[in-house]
Design a protein around this ligand. Structure first.
Ligand code: ADP
Ligand code: MG
Length: 413
C-alpha cells in the first residue's frame, strides 16, 4: 500500500487472472505501418514482466488513438509485436475486446502467459464516455459491457496507465468497483515522483510552459503559483503569445488572430488574472522568431511585424532562460518553446531542452510532444524524469484529483 492505493506487493498473483490496463497510445507512422515512439510501451514493460514472472495470467487492456480526432482507430497488433520484443516473452494478440473470442482466450490462459486484447476504444461505451460531459459515476462505469464481461473472468485489476489517469472511462475506473485493484509499477513510480515534487521541490523551482494544446496550462500555472510550488514560470510557444496579449504587448495581428482561431481566447482572460496576482513571477520572451520561405528571422519585442506568425523564442530569450534553468533546483517542462518539428523553428526548444539536460537541478518533462522533442534532440537520458503523461500530469499539478487515482483509492478501502 502506497499513497492509500494497493500495489502489486499487496497480492499473491500466482495462478490469478490479472486485467492489466496500460497506456501504450503512441504516435503511429501510417505509411510505414510502425510506431514512431516507444516511450509509453517501454514504461509498462516492468509491470508486464513482473506479473508474468510471478505466475499471473496476464490480460492486457489498452487503447490507441488515431491521427484524425476520434476516428479510424488502429488495432493493437503493432503494439503486441513491440511488447513481445521488449519483454522477451511470448505474447498473443487477441483481435477482440470482450466478446466470446476474448473470453475464450482469457479462460485458456496458463500461469505466466500474456495476451493483449484489442483497442478498447473499439467499444462504443469506452468512446462515448470519453471526455464527454455525461459525468457517469464509477458505479455506472462498472455497468458497461466491457466490465460486465471481463470482470467475472478475473481475480485482480491492475492499472499502470498513469498517462490516462485523468480520464473517467470504463476500463480505467469501472473495474475498481468490482475487483480487488492495484496500481502497477509505472503508475506507482510516476505518481510518487510527481507527488514528491509537488510537496517539496528543490528551490528555485522553475516551470517552463509552452506548446499549443494549452487549455489546462493556465489552470496549472495559477495553482502552482498560488501554492508556492513554482518560484518562476518561463513561457514559450502559444502560452507566451497569450501572456503577451494579456500584458497588452503587441505581438502582431497574425499571431493574435491565431490565438482566437485555436479557440484559446478565454486563456487571455485567465492569463490577465494570473498576471495581476503573480506578474513578477512570469517571464515572457524578449524576442521571437518567425519563418519565411524556410528562413528564420528574429525580432525584438517592440519590432514585431503584424503579418507574421511567431513560432519560436529568439536568441536573447534563449540565453536568459538557459541561465535560469542552469541554476534551478527543479525544472518542470511541459510544452515546446516553438514549432520544433521544423528546422528553422527548432532552436528555442532544442536549446531549452539541452539546458534542462545540463541543469544542476532535477528536471521533469511531460507531454507527448515535449517527450518527442527530448528524444529528437537526444537529451532524454539526461532528464531526471520523463513523464509518460501529458494531460494527467498537468491536471494533477492543477490540483485536480485524478479519476483513476480516486477509483484506486476507493478500491483500497
Ligand atoms: P505537449 O504534447 O508536450 O503537451 P502541446 O501538444 O501542447 O505539447 O504542443 C505541442 C505543439 O505545439 C507542437 O506541435 C508545436 O509545433 C506547437 N507549437 C509550439 N509553439 C508554437 C507556436 N508559437 N505557434 C504554434 N504552434 C506551436
Ligand atoms: Mg501534444
Amino acid at each position: 500500500m502506497k499513497h492509500g492505493i494497493n500495489t502489486i506487493d499487496d497480492f499473491n498473483v500466482r495462478g490469478k487472472t490479472v486485467l492489466l490496463r496500460v497506456d501504450i497510445n503512441e504516435p503511429v507512422d501510417k505509411e510505414k505501418n510502425r510506431l514512431k515512439d516507444l516511450t509509453r510501451i517501454e514504461g509498462c514493460i516492468p509491470t508486464i514482466k513482473e506479473l508474468s514472472d510471478k505466475g499471473a495470467k496476464v490480460v492486457i487492456l489498452a487503447h490507441q488513438g488515431s491521427d484524425i480526432e476520434y476516428q479510424s482507430y488502429y488495432d493493437l497488433s503493432l503494439h503486441a509485436q513491440v511488447i513481445h520484443e521488449l519483454t522477451g516473452k511470448p505474447l498473443e494478440f487477441v483481435p477482440d475486446v470482450c466478446g466470446p473470442y476474448a473470453q475464450k482466450k482469457i479462460n485458456e490462459l496458463n500461469e505466466g502467459e500474456i495476451i493483449l486484447l484489442d483497442n478498447v476504444r473499439f467499444m462504443a461505451e469506452e468512446m462515448t464516455l470519453f471526455e464527454t460531459k455525461l459525468n457517469l459515476t464509477f458505479e455506472q462505469q462498472a455497468q458497461t459491457l466491457v466490465v460486465r464481461k471481463l470482470a467475472p473472468l478475473a481475480d485482480l485489476y491492475v492499472c499502470d496507465a498513469f498517462a490516462a489517469a485523468h480520464r473517467s472511462q470504463p476500463t480505467l475506473v469501472g473495474f475498481q468497483q468490482v475487483l480487488p485493484s492495484a496500481m502497477g509499477r509505472l503508475f506507482e513510480k510516476e505518481y510518487t515522483i510527481i507527488s514528491d515534487i509537488l510537496k517539496s521541490p528543490k528551490r528555485p523551482c522553475v516551470f517552463v510552459l509552452g506548446g499549443a494544446k494549452i487549455q489546462d496550462a493556465f489552470l496549472m500555472m495559477d495553482k502552482v503559483l498560488k501554492e508556492g510550488t513554482a518560484d518562476l514560470v518561463l513561457t514559450g510557444g502559444l502560452v507566451a503569445n497569450i501572456v503577451m496579449v494579456a500584458k497588452d504587448i503587441d505581438i502582431g495581428k497574425a499571431s493574435e488572430d491565431f490565438i482566437y482561431k485555436k479557440n484559446l481566447g478565454e486563456c487571455i482572460d485567465m492569463a490577465r488574472q494570473i498576471l495581476y496576482a503573480y506578474g513578477d513571477k512570469i517571464l515572457t520572451p524578449v524576442d521571437f522568431a518567425y519563418v519565411e520561405d524556410d528562413v528564420r528571422h528574429e525580432v525584438a519585442v517592440g519590432d514585431i511585424p503584424q503579418d507574421k506568425l511567431l513560432i519560436d523564442i529568439g536568441a536573447k530569450t534563449i540565453a536568459r532562460f538557459e541561465q535560469i534553468i542552469h541554476e534551478a533546483g527543479t525544472v518542470f517542462m511541459n510544452g515546446p518553446m516553438g514549432v520544433f518539428e521544423k528546422k528553422p523553428s527548432e532552436a528555442g526548444t532544442k536549446a531549452i531542452w539541452e539546458a534542462a539536460a545540463d541543469t544542476k537541478g532535477y528536471s521533469v518533462i511531460g507531454g507527448g510532444d515535449s517527450v518527442a522533442a527530448a528524444n529528437l534532440f537526444g537529451v532524454s537520458d539526461q532528464i531526471g524524469y520523463i513523464c509518460t503523461g501529458g494531460g494527467a500530469l498537468v491536471r494533477f499539478l492543477s490540483g485536480e484529483e485524478l479519476p483513476v487515482v480516486k477509483a484506486l483509492k476507493g478500491a483500497a478501502n
